[in-house]
Design a protein around this ligand. Structure first.
Ligand SMILES: C[S@@+](CC[C@H](N)C(=O)[O-])C[C@H]1O[C@@H](n2cnc3c(N)ncnc32)[C@H](O)[C@@H]1O
Length: 393
């Protein structure tokens, strides 16, 4: 467990949120690849664990990942770890003193936090754990309010809330580097969004999708099923120019019935442009237009950097096509039949869209997410899944 390394080979610990577990790995890999960095972890790496060791990175790489990640909560320079307190102590004592020294100076201020996963510790026990670290050569002064350096002891008690062990499975100690962007989930909540619809994509998933698609400043991003533009909001947050199309005239023009409780009709400025204005990215709004994704609307070789979209699933939002009534597929009564019809129609719509555009840098990315649908007796009819991910480089 010893971390014998100099400046060039520090290990970093990423503490991940325990939601959207399936989306964490593609998000972190995508953010590292934006920096052209590999995803290199310890041999004992477990995707489901809330703690990942990352190798071969610099502190700057970690800061850049944290400046975008929604799945990552915090990152640390890992000073030591082990399965017992003795192992942790041995590991910490082996950590190069020159790596620690800049953060333990006489004239510095610091604090130590204790974080426990799947267990709550009483205050007294937290203090005991901090006191047990007194073998570390801290020379600065404790400052709980505004310290220069923050250290953290992180304990992993597994993920079974019905079987919490007395002692943690694994213990980590490190210097805090940066937090992720989970604050965006609250500040971009659709509850406070100017223009919303019945199927507006929630902020958390919108940002995760924009990260998966590696959307970056000055990219041109297109959403063929734009709805109220939640994905455009997320992509423009990362500096991309955004545009979209939707078959629904009322949605594109921001008119018709409102989706908010206690409001009958949409107001005069409820539209996608106003959503971007709300978050200060109106200058990145290209335009949106009414169009059927299965029909040709783009000139040959139209270029986009990424297509990020949340297609109609046929459950909350039906898949629609223009044309004569006999062409329109009515949802079959049987659920499984309906799922298959829906999937083939989605593939048709998406393939048509993709064929009509050229993606600059030859990369594109789609995710479609099937939501869990609960019947009246509380049974899930099918589970959440990423049904298709296309990524071409
Ligand atoms: C799941 S919603 C997208 C929600 C959107 N992400 C948002 O945040 O509001 C799917 C959208 O696809 C649109 N749609 C359905 N069939 C379409 C088609 N053939 N072409 C274009 N848009 C279509 C619907 O009008 C709906 O707005």
């Amino acid at each position: 467990m010893a971390l014998h390394c100099g400046r060039a080979c520090r290990q970093y610990l990423l503490h991940l949120a325990h939601d959207n577990v399936d989306f964490r790995l593609p998000e972190i890999k995508a953010l590292l690849s934006l920096r052209k960095r590999p995803f290199d972890t310890s041999k004992t790496f477990s995707e489901k664990s809330p703690f990942w060791h990352l190798n071969g990175l610099s502190e700057d790489d970690m800061r850049r990942v944290m400046s975008r990640t929604i799945c990552g909560k915090s990152s640390f320079e890992l000073w030591g770890h082990g399965t017992t307190t003795d192992e942790l102590r041995t590991s910490l004592l082996k950590y190069p003193a020159e790596n620690m020294a800049p953060y333990l100076q006489h004239n510095s201020t610091y604090k130590i936090n204790v974080y426990t996963f799947n267990k709550t510790l009483v205050f007294k026990n937290r203090i005991k754990k901090i006191d047990a670290l007194d073998f570390l050569p801290f020379k600065g002064t404790v400052n709980l309010k505004d310290p220069e350096h923050i250290f953290c002891l992180l304990e992993d008690y597994g993920s079974d809330p019905n079987d919490i062990p007395e002692e943690p499975f694994h213990i980590y100690f490190g210097r805090w580097i940066a937090d992720g962007q989970r604050e965006l989930i609250r500040s971009y909540s659709v509850k406070k969004r100017h223009f919303i619809g019945n199927t507006s994509m929630d902020a958390r998933l919108s940002f995760i999708m924009a990260n998966h698609a590696k959307v970056k400043a000055d990219d041109l991003v297109y959403d063929p099923f734009v709805g109220t533009g939640s994905l455009l909001v997320a992509c423009s947050h990362f500096g991309a120019y955004v545009c979209g199309t939707d078959i629904d005239y009322n949605t594109i023009h921001g008119i018709g019935k409102a989706s908010r409780k206690n409001q009958k009709w949409r107001g005069p400025d409820e539209n996608i442009r106003a959503n971007l204005r709300q978050y200060g990215t109106e200058s990145l709004y290209v335009d949106v237009m009414v169009s059927d994704a299965s029909k040709p609307v783009w000139r040959k070789n139209a270029q986009f950097d990424a297509i990020v979209t949340d297609p109609p699933y046929g459950i909350r939002e039906s898949t629609r096509r223009t044309g004569s009534h006999k062409d329109i597929i009515k949802p079959p009564v049987d659920f499984i039949q309906r799922l298959f019809k829906m999937k083939s129609l989605l593939h048709f719509l998406i393939n048509n869209t993709v064929k009509r555009v050229v993606l600059r840098n030859k990369k594109y990315f789609f995710i479609y997410i099937l939501n869990v649908v609960y019947s009246c007796d509380g049974k899930a009819e099918f589970s959440t899944a990423i049904t298709s991910v296309f990524s071409v480089t």
